[in-house]
Design a protein around this ligand. Structure first.
Ligand code: NAD
Ligand code: DAU
Length: 343
């Protein structure tokens, strides 16, 4: 079995590379990544010398390059993690989100049609469903919930999903789609809430919380996302969408306070800053389908997962300190400078 994993130098793709090489030592893994600001070869260092692993630098939206790659490598399966993934960046500059997330998905599927494939899997997100009201905790996203994206990022992911479903219906391409809730765990880029709070709290820096901190996210430990995708790849039904989530809803303020308590840092570091435009209020996944059909259940509760994650950031300071010392500084000042000054 040869699997092409795109975006494998990023957070979830990197964790998936480690998960698959561990679980299936005889599989061949090709990892394709453009190495944008979010891609990091340090994440793949432990597997670089594995004879069943090969890293290729490239862009999923570069048709000529992708066709050449498929012609040479002829993968059996493709798992597409490659994406621009940060909502705040999509609000600043949507263009690259359309190119990578929509055009890139189309190019990969065209290559699958041209060269043949056993399975194309699209890693999507619960954000394609839009948001749920805070005062209706009884509501959850199911696979039948209408697509209703809020940000340029989620609109680009929703567009990609529609394209994947169209390729299934029109060309019978053997596709599956998973829509997962918020992930956290090792190798998470520190622009996202949990690693941002951990790394800044460790340095006793101000912690920006958007709006009132009451928005709710449904957190899943990244390894549980990997095990779900593994099941869908091997046992999921072609043409189907599977929601992935573990009923771990928390307000942002609860998450920040949990991290501060675990680190022994004061809540006085918290700053309420100007809200994200169009900020989705609540995400909450109903994972009944993947549980009933494929027997998937998450293995890690939020309380265990957040402890493991904090320990990983404490034990792997070099991985994130390297990121914080580069262009990330300019990014942080641009995104948060005024907001923190006004808080
Ligand atoms: P990430 O930003 O950490 O990683 C994305 C990776 O894709 C990076 O390594 C980057 O270099 C690479 N990449 C970007 N553009 C590329 C291109 N044109 N060609 C090839 N590689 C490219 O993202 P992540 O958080 O690991 O998310 C991975 C996927 O999972 C995304 O599709 C995202 O929409 C989806 N997802 C993320 C979450 C989450 O909580 N992080 C939840 C559900 C779904
Ligand atoms: O739900 C899945 C999605 O989760 C994925 O599709 C996205 O790729 C991923 O980035 C994530 O999106 P969010 O926007 O939910 O994640 P983020 O970590 O950016 O923000 C989580 C919540 O915390 C959100 O309500 C905004 C808030 N927040 C975020 C940052 C970065 C803050 O309050 N302060 C911050 O500094």
């Amino acid at each position: 079995m040869k699997i092409l994993i795109t975006g494998g130098a990023g957070f979830i793709g990197g964790n998936f590379v480690h998960y698959i090489l561990n679980k299936y030592p005889d599989y061949k893994i090709l990892c394709l990544d453009k190495l944008t600001y979010a891609g990091n070869l340090e994440t793949l260092k432990p597997v670089m010398d594995n004879p069943n692993f090969k890293f290729i630098k490239g862009d999923i939206s570069d048709r000529e390059f992708i066709y050449e790659l498929f012609s040479e490598e002829k993968p059996d399966m493709v798992v597409n993690f490659a994406a621009e993934s940060h909502v705040d960046r999509s609000i600043e500059d949507p263009g690259i989100f359309l190119k990578t997330n929509v055009i890139g998905t189309g190019v990969l599927m065209d290559a699958c049609r041209k060269f043949g494939i056993k399975r194309y899997h699209q890693v999507s997100t619960d954000e394609v469903y839009g948001d749920l009201p805070l005062e209706r905790p009884d509501l959850f996203f199911t696979e039948e919930t209408p697509i209703h994206a809020s940000s340029p990022y989620s609109a680009s992911k929703a567009s990609a999903d529609l394209l994947v479903q169209a390729y299934y219906r029109t060309y019978k391409l053997p596709v599956t789609i998973s829509r997962c809730s918020n992930n956290y765990g090792p190798y998470h880029f520190p622009e996202k809430l949990i690693p941002l709070i951990i790394t800044r709290a460790l340095a006793d820096e101000e912690l920006p919380v958007y709006g009132t901190g009451e928005n709710v996210r449904d957190w899943l430990y990244v390894e549980d996302h990997c095990s779900a995708i593994d099941l869908i790849l091997h046992k999921g039904r072609e043409g189907e969408v599977y929601n992935i989530g573990g009923h771990n809803e928390r307000t942002n303020l609860q998450v920040v306070k949990t991290i501060l308590k675990e680190l022994g840092k004061p809540e006085s570091l918290i700053r309420f800053v100007a809200d994200r435009p169009g900020h989705d209020r609540r995400y909450a996944i109903d994972p009944t389908k993947i549980h009933n059909e494929l027997g998937w259940l998450p293995a890690t509760t939020f309380d265990e997962g957040i402890k493991k994650t904090i320990k990983w950031y404490l034990d792997n300071r070099e991985w994130w300190q390297h990121i914080l010392s580069g262009e990330y500084k300019d990014y942080f000042n641009k995104m948060y400078g005024n907001r923190l000054a006004e808080s």
